[in-house]
Design a protein around this ligand. Structure first.
Ligand SMILES: Nc1nc2c(c(=O)[nH]1)N[C@H]1C(S)=C(S)[C@@H](COP(=O)(O)OP(=O)(O)OC[C@H]3O[C@@H](n4cnc5c(=O)[nH]c(N)nc54)[C@H](O)[C@@H]3O)O[C@H]1N2
Ligand SMILES: Nc1nc2c(c(=O)[nH]1)N[C@H]1C(S)=C(S)[C@@H](COP(=O)(O)OP(=O)(O)OC[C@H]3O[C@@H](n4cnc5c(=O)[nH]c(N)nc54)[C@H](O)[C@@H]3O)O[C@H]1N2
Ligand SMILES: [Mo]
Length: 755
């Protein structure tokens, strides 16, 4: 038996197999995996040879970057062009002119990790401007150190174990729901999917699960169809009603939090004349006030978990709901007890609340970057548009660097960024863009030099995931497509050409590096009281399951048990209900305490306006595998499918199977129509990830495949985090009755021979 792994699961196969089987023991294998092998084998969309953009060869300065043809070249020529261009840019503009932020999920093996390989190469070559935080939860990453005194990853690692919730919790108040759809995924690989079974267990044990979301999706139990972007108002009202009844836990608030009184002045309206009552919230959230009051009363007498999906903060003012939710949990005083309190990310990925020990497995080493310049990850368009301009971020004022060369590897900004039309214009500004890619993604089609990379199915690697109790030797399943090479080989040869080959490789090849990483794993295992098989034996067996790997953690228990000895790293050592350092900054979009701040758009909808919900796709990981069978098979007329409520469909005048045009001032896209009563009638849900395919159709710029980022808002959540606000977006909709434009992304780009 041989093994391999992806962020969506772990797989086994025998030599000669043409498809993969989910790992034995996985109770709920992922749908995404069904489209993996076909995507890798789809040679129409794989990058088969190095390619250089025609306009770049002709010196167009980037002008035609977003709509150009390519010249296929030899590896020798491609690497020669790259090394000369890198040397030129470093020489003329300095190291910080190179942007290597390269955000993205790449693939699961820890040796062939595209970003780590690239960052090792760029760091050893002189350094690069990097990026901070993620598209997943930037607002939390910036906020939590202030209010919880710890990093988001540290909090994620201690989120209360799922079995404890099943056993002890009575009300699971799930903002954004808890979804097996998103729990298909765990960064670095996943040997079992437990969230679907956990949801069933909560149901079986009689836990009252309340899904607060504009979209019910497949959720079981109660559904509160809240208006998007208004959760903070609901949370404040629940807190208000608890305070008004005198049922807030004053001893807990005094002992474990700071700044309650200042917040309470706001909550009850002493500071702004506006009590945050159930009636007040009801009209903002579009929920009945007596339902809010009844829930507040139930919370006062029940054991509850206040759970927030990551999506809650991927929105304008995204800091507010997750901070308000924490404050509600403080008012209820159940933090630090088994199965109750506060959680961030149940279901958003598989391992959040997983009852398993954590092991600090090694990763491919990335040296310290000699350049300290960085941008908040989602400010890429602003950075390219406004070098030298000031912006606020995490209580400081910074200026955007002047980027002349971008290298992207293992990420797809023309998937992940918002307002892609605006990004396209900014993307034409740098002098050169280089990418390593295995597929002709929208980003590869907008790069100057494209270096074809292998996929995990075409190489040997290791699944080492600190949150998973299984280690796998990932065996190569098939030969690389075309002339694709491993990222490690690409960067090894480039370092050689650029004079630092031995520094990059340390004289080791792929096999020696992996054996070396395994030796470091053996040390970690010994420190944790167990032995790993030797390298050759591991390669042979392929799978190692850690003994006694179970562990049930309780979030913040150390602090609750010993608030002085285990004081938090926040400004007061406690959970900050009000935060003095924010208050001192006078930000107009994040105050000294959680507050209701209207989002930039979507509070008042005009006729024919809808909230666009752009969550994660069921059939893919972001844009990965979009050209595989599972994703392609789910489309309507080749377009990504938007879900509409029957009333919305009737208003727009469409039936299931039609195609609609969604549009706003930022852009327009087509999508297939599915009609279901699983979302609000003023919402349209269009998952992310259809490969971006904008075309000029009858004089209009139209994304023809169903990529919602043609429409979303490119704005920082706030001056605090500058995270993305992808979920805040309003669109109009109309039936598309014209002929359907052919997709261009389902085939390779235009190739030409050099003039
Ligand atoms: N509207 C909207 N937009 C969103 C979101 C949303 O909710 N709504 N969600 C956001 C979130 S949370 C995220 S995390 C981002 C995700 O955005 P990304 O992580 O950028 O999306 P992926 O499609 O996973 O991109 C990974 C890329 O790496 C490439 N790749 C994979 N393996 C390798 C390899 O071994 N070598 C090389 N060289 N390349 C490889 C793949 O082909 C793919 O193009 O999207 C964000 N965008
Ligand atoms: N299948 C699959 N799974 C994935 C991924 C993938 O691409 N595919 N990507 C992974 C990644 S990188 C990430 S970061 C996580 C993201 O995980 P999440 O952020 O949890 O996932 P989303 O699908 O963006 O949103 C979850 C829910 O939030 C709801 N929601 C949207 N707006 C609002 C709102 O204003 N209020 C409330 N209460 N609810 C709202 C949506 O309707 C949706 O049901 O998913 C991971 N899992
Ligand atoms: Mo993410």
């Amino acid at each position: 038996m041989k093994y391999t792994a992806a962020h969506w699961g772990a797989y086994q196969f025998n030599d000669g197999d043409t498809d993969l089987t989910p790992l034995t023991g996985d109770p709920a294998p992922s749908r995404i995996g069904k489209g993996w092998v076909s995507a890798v084998r789809n040679l129409d969309t794989r990058v088969l040879k190095p390619a250089v953009r025609k306009g770049w060869l002709e010196g167009d300065g980037g002008a035609h970057r977003c709509n150009d043809s390519f010249v296929e070249v030899s590896w020798d020529r491609a690497l020669d062009l790259v090394s000369r261009e890198m040397a030129r840019v470093r020489e003329v503009h300095g190291d910080s002119a190179i942007f290597g932020g390269s955000y993205g999920w790449s693939s699961s093996g820890r040796f062939h990790h595209a970003q780590s390989q690239m960052r090792r190469f760029l760091s050893l070559g002189g350094g690069f401007t990097s990026s901070r935080e993620t598209y997943s939860h930037a607002a939390a990453e910036v906020l939590f150190p202030h209010i919880l005194g710890m990093k988001n990853t540290a909090f994620q690692d201690q989120v209360t174990a799922q079995p404890l919730v099943s056993e002890h919790c009575e009300i699971m108040l799930a903002f954004g729901g808890i979804s097996a759809r998103t729990a298909q995924v765990m960064s670095a690989g996943n040997s079992y999917h437990e969230v679907g079974p956990w949801i069933d267990e909560l149901d079986a044990k009689g836990v009252r699960v309340i899904t607060i979301s504009p979209e019910k999706g497949e959720a079981k139990g109660e559904w509160w169809a809240i208006k998007p972007g208004t959760d903070t108002a609901l949370i404040l009202a629940l807190t208000y009603e608890i305070v008004a009844a005198g049922k807030h836990d004053r001893p807990f608030l005094d002992r474990y939090t700071s700044g309650w009184d200042h917040f309470e002045n706001y909550l009850v309206g002493r500071s702004d004349g506006l009590p945050k009552t159930a009636e007040w919230a009801a009209q903002i959230c579009d929920l009945p006030s007596d339902q809010i009051k009844a829930l507040a009363a139930d919370l006062m007498r029940s054991k509850s978990m206040i759970s927030m999906t990551w999506s809650m903060q991927r929105a304008d003012h995204g800091e507010q709901p997750i901070w308000a939710g924490l404050v509600l949990a403080c008012a209820l005083g159940q933090i630090g007890q088994p199965g109750t309190g506060y959680a961030f990310g149940y279901g958003s990925t598989s391992p959040v609340g997983r009852a398993a020990k954590l092991f600090p497995w090694p990763s491919f080493p990335v040296p310290i970057n000699p350049v300290s310049e960085f941008i908040p990850v989602a400010r890429i368009t602003d950075c390219l548009n406004a070098p030298g301009e000031p912006y606020r971020y995490n209580l400081t004022t910074r200026t955007y660097p002047d980027i002349r060369l971008i290298w992207w590897s293992g990420g797809n900004p023309f998937h992940h960024h918002q307002d892609l039309c605006k990004l396209e214009a900014a993307w034409c500004k740098p002098e050169t863009i280089i990418t390593n890619e295995h597929s002709w993604t929208a980003t590869a089609r907008r790069a100057d030099i494209v270096l074809p990379a292998t996929t995990p199915l075409e190489r040997n690697d290791m699944m080492l995931n600190r949150r998973d109790p299984t280690l796998l030797y990932m065996s190569k399943m098939m030969e690389p497509a075309g002339q694709a090479r491993h990222d490690f080989d690409i960067f090894s040869e480039l370092s050689d050409r650029m004079g630092f080959g031995p520094l990059f490789t340390k004289g080791l090849d792929e096999e020696a590096w992996q054996a070396n990483m395994w030796a470091r794993c053996e040390t970690v295992a010994k420190q944790h009281g167990f032995e790993l098989p030797e390298w050759e034996a591991f390669k042979d067996i392929g799978r190692f399951d850690i003994p006694d790997a179970g562990e049930q953690r309780i979030a913040l228990k150390g602090f609750i048990d010993d608030p002085e000895g285990e004081a938090l790293g926040s400004e007061t050592g406690k959970i900050t209900v009000s935060n003095q350092s924010f208050a001192g900054e006078e930000m107009n979009d994040c105050f000294g305490h959680p507050a209701w701040i209207e989002p930039t758009e979507g509070i008042a909808l005009e006729a024919n306006e809808y909230h666009l919900i752009t969550g994660q796709p069921d059939t893919r990981l972001h844009s990965q595998n979009d050209m595989g069978d599972e994703s392609l098979g789910s489309k309507i007329d080749g377009r990504e499918v938007a879900t509409l409520h029957p009333e919305a469909a009737a208003r727009i005048g469409v039936v299931a199977g039609d195609v609609i045009r969604l549009y706003n001032a930022r852009g327009a896209c087509l999508a297939g129509v599915m009609i279901r009563e699983v979302l609000r009638s003023d919402c349209i849900s269009l998952p992310t990830g259809a490969w971006y395919d904008p075309q000029i159709v009858d004089g209009d710029y139209l994304e023809v495949h169903g990529n919602p980022n043609a429409l979303t808002l490119d704005k920082g959540c706030s001056e605090l985090s500058q995270g993305n606000a992808a979920h805040t977006c309003v669109v109009r909709a109309e039936k598309w009755s014209k002929p359907l434009p052919d997709l261009t992304v389902s085939g390779p780009p235009r190739f030409v021979t050099e003039a």
